[in-house]
Design a protein around this ligand. Structure first.
Ligand code: NAD
Length: 501
């Protein structure tokens, strides 16, 4: 397989590149240099329909392909991914900007879902009941939905699509993936890998585009479900539009993740965790910690320890051993910097100012260094908004109850963490906090593939989380079958409701 970042990044249909008919494109940049490295096709409605038609045509044969054959392809996909992940990591770093080790990490977390999906024969097993009524048996099966749509964000161009498509494909669905137009090449690389693994034509397709492509996926009758990950306003729109069109929708939205640091916590470990979770991937993670809630008298020491560590972070080109890369686009970099301006104006203490960073990289890269604010209050925009950049706010509170109230009154509920050596406090927190994913002395508690990933409140629209058993349920429909084989004793009319005997 040869994969190069070519000038035009096209759609992928029936196991080959498909240019489409639209002449609209969007630039793709390398955030570390600021250079435009490609143009991604932006589908018109006809292009979107052509991709959806391919997925629709491939569905009947794929649905009826044996579990043994499906899992053989999944295992091959997993093996190829394991062997070739450095190629994919380089593509992610070139278009997203995250450092190579982080790109490899995201691929590994996505690969876990492919490994989980290799167990599909077991995961799809139904139940069987003999003699539910006299000589009547009942069994259940789970069947695929049909062609399904996946719409993904820029921040995990490999992992987030992989939260969904291995499970969807393993369960017998066909897929149309609409990646972010900011870093669209990873999806094409994954499509080439599926082809090499032996996936039949039309089972995995990539539709490049913007709102036009998304809207066609949301309203086209052939698409049976939508798995969306992105910002909260778009997640809400996708959920409302997709469900109004009669589809199953899981729409994962934005976040504002808090970590509580209790007075008995190991402050060195907590400070390490705040730096790793606040500034990893330049804060462009939906599970990033953006608010450290310091309880009682730990605040001064905690802020010192975080600042001490954050100062040692090198910001630079992700291919050259930097700790932290650039932000994804110039516009996003400038937006994040404007939040730093706003925080300063609002009266928060700027402990570390990322605007003055000296990056280890090209001058035109989209740089912003780690920024640490102290004395942040809940009315400031740096607290209320999801910034999605390397900006960590410290909020000082007097008690655990005050910290909990802060988290539970926040509109988001994606991830959270508590740092403490008190098992009772941690147990109380896991019980009381209104957030979908909770870490106890773990700052980024992303669940394993065999559990399910998803937040609460404005961080998820719909009721089904990604992967794990919830993913299996999302991508299948249950059917219960009641069976009686012919027997003369079963004759006769009876208009009453069926009852067991
Ligand atoms: P985004 O909402 O801008 O884009 C997500 C997807 O929606 C992209 O494919 C994009 O092309 C499409 N889109 C954008 N605007 C649209 C519109 N008006 N109509 C239809 N489709 C549209 O998000 P992003 O900036 O790519 O990603 C960052 C966001 O994603 C953050 O808010 C982050 O918290 C969130 N995120 C959440 C999770 C989670 O698990 N909850 C995971 C990763 C990212």
């Amino acid at each position: 397989m040869t994969t190069t970042v070519t000038q035009t990044i096209t759609h992928w249909v029936n196991n080959k590149a498909y240019p489409g008919t639209s002449s609209n494109t969007a630039p793709v940049t390398n955030p570390a240099t600021g250079a435009v490295t490609g143009e991604v096709a932006l589908a018109n409605v006809e292009d979107a329909r052509a991709v959806i038609d391919a997925a629709t045509a491939a569905f009947p044969a794929w649905r009826d392909t044996s579990l043994a054959k499906r899992t053989a392809i999944l295992f091959r996909f997993r093996e190829l991914l394991e062997a070739r992940k450095p190629e994919l990591a380089a593509i992610i770093t070139a278009e997203h900007g995250k450092v190579l080790s982080d790109a490899l990490g995201e691929i590994s977390r996505g690969q876990e879902v492919a490994e989980f999906a290799c167990g599909i024969p077991h995961l799809l097993k139904g139940g069987y009941t003999e003699n539910a009524s006299t000589k009547v048996d009942v069994h259940s099966v789970r069947q695929p939905l049909g062609p399904v749509g996946i719409i993904s964000p820029f921040n995990f161009p490999a992992m987030v699509p992989m939260w969904f498509f291995p499970v969807a494909i393993a369960a017998g669905n066909t897929v149309v993936l609409k990646p972010s137009e900011k870093d669209p090449t990873a999806a094409i690389w994954l499509a080439e890998l599926w082809k090499e693994a032996g996936l039949p034509d039309g089972v995995f397709n990539v539709l490049q585009g913007d709102k036009t492509a998304v809207d066609e996926l949301l309203t086209n009758k052939a698409i049976k479900s939508i798995s969306f990950v992105g910002s909260t306003p778009i997640a809400e729109y996708v959920y409302a539009t997709g469900t109004a069109a009669g589809k199953r929708v899981q729409a994962l939205g934005g976040a504002k993740n808090h970590a509580i640091i209790l007075p008995d916590a190991d402050l060195d470990l907590a400070a390490d965790a705040m730096v790793n979770a606040g500034f990893g991937s330049a804060g462009e993670r939906c599970m990033a910690i953006s608010v450290a809630v310091a309880v009682g008298d730990v605040a001064d020491d905690l802020v010192d320890k975080i600042a001490e560590r954050a100062k040692t972070i090198t910001t630079g080109d992700g291919t050259r051993n930097a700790d932290m890369g650039p932000l994804v686009t110039k516009a996003h970099r400038d937006k994040v910097a404007s939040y730093v301006d706003a925080g300063e104006k609002a009266g928060a203490t700027v402990v570390l100012d990322g605007r003055t960073v000296e990056p280890a990289g090209e001058a035109d890269g989209f740089w912003l260094g780690p920024t640490l604010f102290d004395n942040v209050t809940s009315d400031m925009s740096i607290y209320t908004d999801e910034i999605f950049g390397p900006v960590l706010s410290v909020v000082r509170v007097d008690s655990y109850d005050e910290a909990l109230e802060l988290i539970n009154s926040n509109p988001y509920g994606n991830g959270t963490a508590i740092f403490t050596n008190d098992g009772g406090a941690a147990r109380r927190f896991q019980n009381e906090v209104e957030v979908g994913m909770v870490g106890i002395n773990v700052p980024i508690p992303v669940p394993m593939a065999y559990y399910s990933f998803g937040g609460w409140k404005a961080s998820l629209f719909g009721d089904t989380h990604a992967h794990g058993t919830e993913g299996i349920h999302f991508f299948t429909r249950a059917k219960a079958i009641t069976t009686r084989w012919l027997d003369p004793s079963h004759g006769g009319l009876n208009l009453g409701f069926p009852q067991n005997a």
